[in-house]
Design a protein. Structure first.
Length: 223
């Protein structure tokens, strides 16, 4: 079932301006009834500005009146909001990570020169002109760009990067480096090793204390 474009704001308006039940509002907005209760009680995380679904042409007053007259009536939306579909283009990158893009691009250029600008653009979500500027060291901030692994920066995934490297290597006739699986599971092994070392250190300290007592050394803090 279609839902209003801004369900929480719409629910807030319906709570304030109609006599519809919380259940009817929750059903229409696609929310849990407790969310509507929280909005009505002003206990929601933030105070919402109501959005009028009638003015938005998502609901008619006739539907609201039918709902107010019959608590079992389920409101019908006039039309659902138009879905905005993303067209082809560079991948979306959160604002907080956009400043890291040049570092990620520089890392790929340095470590995988066989990858094309088009592939880098898709991986990182950038433009060819930016990539070219970094290649030619004419980027406005080139002095501060430090090559960093784009996977570590969160700009792409290891699987996507590996696939791009393998595809580029195949296209250029270069044999891709074999994937090293030896490090898989090493994290757990390292944790176990560190735990064992701590336990051994504790045992050694305890043994040293017992040996000191056996030799007749008195604990200076005992009295």
């Amino acid at each position: 079932m279609a839902q209003p474009l801004m369900p929480h704001a719409t629910a807030s308006w319906l709570v304030d301006n109609t006599a519809l039940s919380f259940e009817q509002i929750a059903d229409f907005c696609g929310l849990h009834i407790l969310e509507v209760q929280a909005i009505a009680d002003d206990t929601a995380g933030t105070r919402l500005t109501g959005r009028d679904p009638v003015r938005a042409h998502e609901l008619t007053m006739d539907e609201i009146e039918k709902g107010q007259a019959n608590p079992d009536y389920r409101l019908k939306m006039t039309k659902g909001p138009e879905q905005v579909r993303r067209t082809k283009g560079p991948r979306y990158t959160p604002v907080s990570k956009r400043q890291d893009k040049p570092d990620g691009i520089a890392w790929i250029i340095r470590n995988h020169p066989e990858i094309s600008d088009g592939t880098i653009s898709t991986l990182i979500g950038t433009t060819r002109s930016t990539i070219q500027a970094i290649r030619e060291r004419t980027h406005w901030n080139i002095a501060n760009i430090v090559p960093k692994d784009p996977v570590t920066l969160g700009l792409t995934t290891q699987r996507e990067l590996d696939a791009a490297v393998a595809k580029a290597a195949k296209a250029s006739g270069v044999e891709a480096a074999p994937t090293d699986h030896r490090l898989e599971g090493d994290r757990e092994a390292l944790i176990e090793q560190l735990r064992a070392e701590r336990q051994q250190a504790a045992r050694d300290a305890e043994a040293a204390g017992e040996e000191a007592n056996d030799l007749g050394f008195e604990d200076p803090f005992k009295h």
